[in-house]
Design a protein around this ligand. Structure first.
Ligand code: AMP
Ligand code: ZN
Length: 104
């Protein structure tokens, strides 16, 4: 989607390094980390938020959480999905935060 920062990242516009990538999602480091490890799991398809997300896609994204944490050796972590402005969502392209260590 035009004007979506995460769509641009997915397209490679900024040369962002992906910690993990498959047919469903990319995973990259949050630019403003709120923990020692702060990753974002982002679907390749533009979906605004959890309310707009199919059960199939959220299932696949949670599977990506498991794959990337295993790959990175992250054993203890918090997952967060902010849905809507009032809940603190700033980027309206669905993403799952993975936070581990020194969570602020
Ligand atoms: P949320 O408040 O749930 O919408 O989270 C958006 C997150 O995206 C914040 O933690 C930001 O630090 C992060 N973010 C915004 N722009 C970028 C970017 N260009 N690269 C990586 N992370 C970003
Ligand atoms: Zn997008």
């Amino acid at each position: 989607m035009e004007d979506c920062i995460f769509c641009k990242i997915i397209s490679g516009a900024f040369g962002t390094e992906f910690v993990y990538e498959d047919e469903t999602a990319v995973v990259f480091k949050d630019i403003n980390p709120k923990a020692d490890i702060h990753l974002l799991v982002v679907p390749k398809v533009h979906v605004a938020d959890l309310n707009e997300c199919s059960e199939e896609l959220i299932g696949k994204l949670m599977a990506v959480v498991k794959k990337v944490t295993v790959k990175e050796g992250i054993k203890s972590y918090r997952t967060v999905i902010n849905t809507g402005k009032d809940a603190g969502q700033e980027v309206f392209h669905l993403h799952i935060h993975i936070l581990s260590g020194g969570i602020k």
